[in-house]
Design a protein around this ligand. Structure first.
Ligand SMILES: Cc1cc2nc3c(=O)[nH]c(=O)nc-3n(C[C@H](O)[C@H](O)[C@H](O)COP(=O)(O)O)c2cc1C
Length: 315
């Protein structure tokens, strides 16, 4: 029997392999499949949904449904992602309270908070602490300094994301290699590495840098259980890492597959919707956001196969 790591103990899971939160592209089915395989699934924003509600209360109720559906599919631990309010992003304030109310009412035990400065969301951190939840914090633009701030705020673990990652990019372009090495020297709480981790070799590299778990988005997009559209999955299968480009959207920079639309110069200044391409399958009008790892992914596998393959890094 291997020794249980700190993350495994903290979360009550078999392997410290966590499926990342990905807006529109998470679901009860995916999260439960990862958790049932011994990792930990996560419900992110709009998990399981096909449409925009535009209404915070309705969105929160739909999130409640997805939490209950996940519970029906697994008796293993899973987490939800909660976006802390971000200064200047009005929508993040409108959605925060209704979503946090549902998370607490449903008694969710593990919450991944993400944000751009934990000190802006301390009232939510305090509510989670009072409820006895386990808090894992992920800064969108991580630094050694904001990792120390999160540790002081009393979170149980942090996710440190390098610039290789899919989703909205950090304001600081620091690689997983360099950032995880620095943060693991600076904090005592367990560090989970994210950004470009997609196979055993990259997980081993994260462990060598002191990480005690991995948080993987792009690899879990490419699963049978993921709600990602078949068109987007095929585009990701075909892409080489050197074909990826960084575009600027109103919400910040995103690394995307260079589809025809992007090559024609469209999409650089507007928000190309992740939902349009990645959920609805309309590659001409949306964007496919991925990590640098996309070029190395050549299969669509079950979530169970991925967890079992990755487990070799933690044996
Ligand atoms: C399509 C896509 C959507 C994402 N959406 C979110 C999100 O809504 N909230 C969030 O905190 N992170 C989001 N992320 C970032 C992931 O949670 C995670 O940090 C990242 O995928 C890890 O890097 P990897 O893709 O190299 O595994 C998203 C990533 C992708 C690929």
């Amino acid at each position: 029997m291997k020794n249980e790591s700190r993350i495994e103990k903290l979360l009550g899971i078999r392997y410290p392999i966590i499926q990342a939160s990905m807006v529109w592209l998470n679901s009860a089915e995916l999260a439960a499949a990862v958790s049932n395989a011994g990792g930990m699934g996560v419900l992110g924003p709009n998990a399981g949904r096909k449409d925009v509600t535009g209404d915070p209360l309705k969105t929160a109720e739909l999130f409640r449904e997805e939490i209950r559906k996940t519970r029906a599919l697994t008796d293993k631990p899973f987490a939800v992602n909660f976006l802390l309010p971000i200064e200047g992003v009005e929508i993040s304030y409108r959605y925060a309270k209704p979503l946090m109310d549902v998370i607490l009412e449903e008694g969710v035990k593990i919450v991944i908070t993400s944000g751009k400065d934990i000190t802006q969301g301390l009232e939510h951190i305090d509510r989670l602490k009072s409820a006895g939840a386990i808090i894992i914090h992920r800064e969108i633009s991580p630094t050694v300094e904001n990792a120390i701030t999160a540790e002081k705020a009393g979170v149980h673990a942090i996710i440190v994301t390098g610039q290789e990652a899919g989703g909205h990019m950090s304001d600081n372009r620091i690689s997983t290699l360099v950032l995880v090495s620095q943060v693991t020297d600076a904090v005592k709480i367990p560090v989970i590495a994210a950004g470009g981790i997609y196979n055993v070799k990259t997980a081993n590299a994260a462990i060598a840098m002191g990480a005690e778990g991995v948080y993987m988005g792009t690899r879990f997009l490419m699963t049978c259980e993921s709600p990602t559209s078949e068109a987007a999955k095929q585009a990701i299968l075909a892409v080489r890492s050197e074909d990826l480009v960084v575009i600027n959207t109103r919400a910040g920079d995103v690394r995307v597959v260079a589809t025809k639309r992007i090559k024609n110069g469209q999409g650089d200044s507007e928000v190309g919707s992740i939902k349009t391409a990645m959920l609805d399958g309309d590659l001409d009008n949306g964007i496919i956001s991925v990590s640098e790892s996309a070029g190395g992914i050549s299969t669509i596998a079950s979530a169970k196969d991925i967890v079992e393959e990755m487990a070799a890094a933690f044996a």
